[in-house]
Write a protein that binds this ligand. Structure first.
Ligand SMILES: [Zn+2]
Length: 55
């Protein structure tokens, strides 16, 4: 159920690595494997099939 991954692009313009982080990393920070930059994973990361706005 919860093994879908979130795909993020490293915000470091010199890196831009595509990182796959587990859903469980939402709201936490991960480190880019390529450049070592800390990336905050937003709790509401964009997932496939947006359209519903929950608040
Ligand atoms: Zn990076």
């Amino acid at each position: 159920m919860a093994d879908a991954m979130i795909r993020m692009i490293c915000p470091n313009l010199r890196c831009k690595a595509i990182l796959s982080v587990p859903q469980t990393a939402r709201g936490k920070s991960v480190m880019c494997k390529q450049c070592g930059m800390k990336i905050k994973i937003p709790a509401g990361a964009p997932a496939a099939g947006g359209g519903k706005k929950a608040s």
